[in-house]
Design a protein around this ligand. Sequence first.
Ligand code: DLL
Length: 429
Amino acid sequence: MYWDEAIETIKPDALRDLQEKRLHETVNRCMNMGFYRDKFREAGIRPSDLKTLDDLQKLPFTRKSDLREGYPFGFMAVPMREIIRIHTTSGTTGKPTVVGYTKGDLDTWSGLIARNLTMVGLTSNDVFQNMVNYGMFTGGLGFHYGAEKAGLTAVPAGTGNTRRQIEMIHDFGVTAIHCTPSYGLHLAEVAADLRMDLSSLRVGMFGAEPWSEKTRRELEEKLGVEAFDSYGMSELYGPGVAFECSEHNGLHIWHDSYLVEIIDPVTGENLGPGERGELVVTPLVKEAMPLLRYRTGDITMILDDECSCGRGPRLARFTGRSDDMLVIRGINVFPSQIEHVLLSIPEVGNHYMVYIDRINHMDEMTIEVEMSRSFFSGELADLKKIQNKVIKSLHDVLELRTTVNLVEPGTLPRFEGKAKRVIDRRGAD
Ligand code: DLL
């Protein structure tokens, strides 16, 4: 068990003092980086202009593209000899972003994860199987060190070989798992097909990609776990930034370590609690790679009503990104809208792929979706009816004509890491 009483029960005044002290330290550390020295000079501000937390908005934003330009080590605020590990973002477009960690960073990060594991009720009596990638992705080593710090028995399973994963769960009496929600669904399907036993499980922690309440119910039912949402990103250490408690009503953000703002992604203006917008985070504890007002691109809102667990503010479930918007024949489409429509139709399952092509200069969106097992009769007339229903439901929400192909259950790709469900095949023409 890992319980940091001084921090987790901190009173509002003491918290504010701590946040201000840590913000000053962070700004001073940032002055070791050419990028921030230039930014401050351009904006005509000095670190000493930052007196209280209310001055945060005077500081410039930092964007993913800034970090990319600093590849590989341009954002390190300490000499390389103090950096004892690096991770990188997945970098599907261009170079990835490199994130450095000092010894202090690894200690702080594992402490944050250990807090989360304790928050969801895990103790040294639990056996924890970590089914995410242990390489450059932060989910593997990040959760692993947190689990050890909290005293759990860690099983560093990594990804792949689902049958073996299920055997280990059974043989080692695994009580808690961590994976992406899409892999969780796959694990459940394989276990059901092979009639293998997952009954030792009681807690499932899922994150690294957006998922819905419907998926939560399915994961809980099929895996026999209580499912917790976990949010993080490499630039902010990795997982452990925000995590659900057993109320399952928003993710607690560790406010001693991260300052959060919500902004309008277009104007950059700050929005209030209850208003949905882009999450901007200023980490307060990072040594190797401090960041100021980092634009995560993730869409959420701050819930400032008190949680009955007594912990600090929460972020609402993430509903997409400000930058995954697709423009199809001039219409803005968020992949989360497509998912939402598909999940509301019982005849189709939650595995789907979206393809976007440009045919004769026109954008065409094709959605392949698996039928639900219980509705899959193979009757042509039934299929046509369901297909039309999906097309109409999508049209009602997106105001867009789409091609829908229904496919047999179990035929679309399953993802061990993050699901990549949108494939944009439009070339520049
Ligand atoms: O995904 C870190 C992580 C590992 C989080 C394991 C949770 C569990 P990146 O690869 O840098 O880091 O990707 C970060 O993933 O900006 C979000 O868009 C998305 N994401 C992460 N967690 C959630 C979540 C890790 N719970 C990007 N809900 C973020 C929705 C999420 N999206």
